[in-house]
Design a protein around this ligand. Sequence first.
Ligand code: BYC
Length: 327
Amino acid sequence: MTAPADLSVASREEHDEAAQALFDDLIAKDSRIEPRDWMPEAYRKTLIRQISQHAHSEIIGMQPESNWITRAPSLKRKAILMAKVQDEAGHGLYLYSAAQTLGIGREEMMQQLIDGKARYSSIFNYTTPTWADMGAIGWLVDGAAICNQVPLCRASYGPYGRAMVRICKEESFHQRQGFEILLELMQGSEAQREMAQDAVNRWYWPSLMMFGPPDDQSPNSAQSMAWNIKRFSNDELRQRFVGMLVPQAEVLGVTLPDPNLAWNEERQAYDMSEIDWTEFNEVLAGRGPANAERLRRRREAHDDGAWVREAAAEYARKQAEREKAVA
Ligand code: BYC
């Protein structure tokens, strides 16, 4: 319901009011908003913010694991890891496409990332010194991603929700492959068990930070939930995630590094220690262990790919010329 360009100011206001009422009704009915539908500017901006950040996370998220492709301990592990990293690239592409339906160009989003002006998930600013980190990333990082993203399959914006369905299916495979790496290590030698536990110790807290700041410090949550973009608050999802991890940690035989983790019968939820939000804020401010390296590598990859973009643009120009000549 886009207003025709030649409407007077009064008619345009009337049109916008009717369009807003239709939008509110669709949200109230838990229906979907599609790209051609009228939407409030703030809704569009919120979606562009979240979807582009999510896309950037997928693309930057390829780095910590691709670091291990050449050093994977067997051909089978190498093939699985390559497939997983390729999946992340695919997720980035679905998400950039979903964001493009909201009127932002891919080049603009990419430039924001390269200029260091865009956010991406804090989790990818940690290093991966051992093979067990591949297990911990799959189990904890992809596990947290599933927890956060399954509800996003019902996000009110159609292209985002639909992209999430496919992404979640793939994340589910990623989580299992991580769990299986850790399980194998935990059934191995003392040194392998220590390596697995060390990786879990390093990734546990950052994976809890993935859900974002506590609810009382989350400026975007209330509006995003009112618009049916987010379905649960940051703390609700974090709590759900911990509840999921505890029985899985028992199967693995690893210890979750929180001495205060205990079931609270009254709350029907786990009590846990306070998260170190100073660390989270430092990472968000660009001062995490690998922020500089992640951006350096992304810029380098972008420069290395310049010839591909130029060749594609030239091919498109020639095609258009040919089509014009035929017409
Ligand atoms: N890292 O008001 P809040 C993956 C920012 S990909 C960095 O609660 P919101 C995977 C937040 O953006 C994982 N920044 O925000 C890929 C906001 O800043 P701005 C990515 C964070 O949007 C490869 C400010 O803090 N997943 O799983 O309501 C391999 C205040 O926060 C973080 C997604 O992107 C963070 N952790 O809620 C393996 C999922 N947390 O924008 C795995 C989609 C918060 O106002 N995104 N901030 O400057 C979401 O669900 C939501 O955007 C969030 C944050 C829950 C992340």
